[in-house]
Design a protein around this ligand. Structure first.
Ligand SMILES: Cc1cc2nc3c(=O)[nH]c(=O)nc-3n(C[C@H](O)[C@H](O)[C@H](O)COP(=O)(O)OP(=O)(O)OC[C@H]3O[C@@H](n4cnc5c(N)ncnc54)[C@H](O)[C@@H]3O)c2cc1C
Length: 511
């Protein structure tokens, strides 16, 4: 794929079906026999029991609309076409009576980024959001380890496996996996209908329209009026800055150096682990992993002084200088790390920045924030895309719940949906969980400090590491659908109980 200078095996038709696949991957179109592992019910999209009450497992109450041009529709503008924006475009386009447009400032899809962790929570959301074909392709692309599952966490110097991060009650097809950002983005884009994406569309600001909806103003002077804005414009979100002008974006003390390379570049390395491994030491971390077939990834987060980080450009290739810096930095670590670094042609630098997360993800009854625009994780828990997909799923469910059939509605456009109520459902579903995660990031720092305080006493260091290391299932396996159901069941009555219903309730016998 383009700018990375190598080719990812991403064309399903080009796969030789008789050729042995790398372990850890599934062949496209193969039966889903593995989905019955551990006695679990097959929950693959389109293969679960169809459910016309509740849109789940890829079965939607209505087919994807071919064209909404001739009908009344809710105008939705998604600002930003990264992972969150692409997921929102594919998912929200499935709602009935909507006209969805994405405005992305780049001239084309940016082929950038390295390893993305798709956590159990994300896999779950995707199983409910993707088309059956895209879900099947995700199964093919995700790397879940050869003869093992999860991520092995190793001692930073010896490489000894100290612990393994795995969800014990999750079948393999729902376990987390690793994939390149490009391949994941490409997969999401397959579900985006034609004429939805608008590139070279740099949004300068949004303004509230009276009596409702929003006006979007572009850099070139154009503007659009819409019913709902989905702000998916990432860490540096201009839309967030409009509402939170004091939210400073600050360097987090670490630079992420990353590179994806073709497998051939590293496969000669003796003792290269076949799993996904992480080596951690006092806040620094290295990941080595295969990704989709044919691709290997090196990712690290290294403490760097702010003055140095300021000299680096985000997503900037560092060439020989970067390789030498990393070799020096990791000289005392497990030697396999340096062997991989030596084999890399170059490495890209991403100084990690963040800003305070939004307390509320909605504004002006017509703006919903999703992904890094609302909660820039700066790599925490490898959960950036998991949070983004959960946002999108919650927004989809919230809008879907308030839709009224257009055949019974002869009113103005926005009467098709109750956008303010949908945004309330969305915010209530996401904001409590996200606030708790942001707090946990701070608490985890205390644990990292506790382990680091063992200093050079290696035995004590390992003891403390094992004592405090947790996988945080409540974050990585958060089920956004379950949370949304809980919220909706309450909000329905808090906000909407009609007087005549109260009388009817009095006639109900028992609990
Ligand atoms: C180039 C790149 C590489 C990345 N690499 C990795 C990686 O290797 N590993 C990892 O874990 N995470 C990576 N991330 C971060 C990861 O994508 C996010 O943490 C997460 O997945 C949520 O994505 P998002 O869509 O909210 O934000 P982003 O992926 O940052 O997408 C935001 C999008 O909005 C567009 N945009 C911004 N402002 C405007 C505007 N005013 N008008 C129109 N469009 C606008 C941007 O061009 C971008 O396409 C990367 C992000 C980017 C942009």
């Amino acid at each position: 794929m383009g700018s990375l200078g190598y080719s990812v095996v991403d064309d399903s038709n080009a796969v030789d079906r008789h050729k042995e696949l790398p372990k850890g991957h599934k062949r496209l179109g193969d039966g889903f026999d593995s989905l019955h592992l551990n006695g679990n019910v097959d929950s693959s999209p389109g293969r679960g029991r169809s459910n016309h009450f509740y849109p789940i497992d890829g079965v939607y109450p209505d087919a994807m609309p071919q064209s909404t041009a001739q009908r009344q529709s809710l105008k939705i503008a998604i600002i930003g076409g990264g992972l969150a924006g692409a997921a929102a475009a594919g998912t929200l386009s499935r709602l009935p009576d909507v006209d969805v447009k994405v405005y992305e400032r780049s001239a084309m899809v940016r082929e950038a980024g390295a390893l993305i962790g798709v956590m159990v929570s994300a896999v779950r959301s995707l199983s409910r959001m993707l088309s059956p074909a895209s879900w099947e392709r995700l199964q093919y692309l995700l790397y879940r380890g050869d003869d093992c599952e999860g991520i092995n966490h190793r001692h930073w110097r010896t490489g000894e496996i100290l612990t393994n991060a795995l969800s014990p009650h999750t079948p393999r097809h729902m376990q987390e996996g690793r994939i390149s950002r490009i391949a994941l983005h490409d997969l999401l884009m397959r579900d985006v209908p034609d004429n939805v994406m608008n590139y070279s569309s740099h949004v300068l600001r949004v303004e509230k329209n009276e009596p409702g909806g929003m006006k979007i103003v572009f850099e070139d002077g154009r503007f659009e009026e819409v019913d709902l804005v989905v702000a998916a414009d990432g860490l540096y979100s201009k839309i967030r800055r409009k509402y939170l002008p004091d939210g400073k974006i600050a360097y987090r003390g670490r630079v992420s150096y990353r590179k994806n390379v073709p497998m051939d570049i590293v496969q000669h390395i003796k003792g290269l682990p076949n799993d996904t491994s992480s080596w951690r030491r006092n806040g620094e971390v290295v990941f080595l992993s295969r990704l989709e077939p044919g691709v290997y990834s090196f990712v690290t987060m290294v403490s760097e002084p702010e003055e140095y980080a300021e000299t680096l450009e985000w997503q900037h290739s560092m060439g020989r200088e970067g390789i030498d810096r990393l070799l020096e930095h990791f000289k005392d670590w497990d030697p396999i790390i340096n062997e991989v670094i030596r084999a890399l042609p170059n490495v890209d630098a991403y100084p990690l920045q963040s800003s305070p997360w939004m307390r509320d993800l909605v504004r002006d009854d017509a703006v919903a924030f999703v992904g890094d625009a609302a909660h820039p994780t700066a790599g925490a828990y490898g959960a950036g895309c998991s949070f983004a997909f959960s946002d999108v799923r919650a927004l989809y469910l919230s809008l879907w719940r308030t839709h009224q059939s257009s055949s019974t509605s002869s009113e103005a456009t926005t009467a098709l949906y109750d956008v303010p109520y949908a945004l309330r459902l969305y915010d209530e579903t996401r904001r409590h969980f996200l606030a708790r995660v942001e707090e946990q990031i701070k608490l985890d720092k205390l644990d990292t400090g506790y382990v680091a305080a063992a200093g050079s006493d290696e035995k004590e260091w390992i003891r403390r590491y094992r004592e405090r290391f947790t996988i945080n299932w409540w974050i990585l396996e958060h089920d956004v659908d379950a949370k949304w159901q809980e919220v909706e069941a309450m909000e329905r009555h808090k906000n909407r109980t009609q007087k005549d219903l109260v009388d009817a309730v009095n006639t109900v016998v028992g609990d």
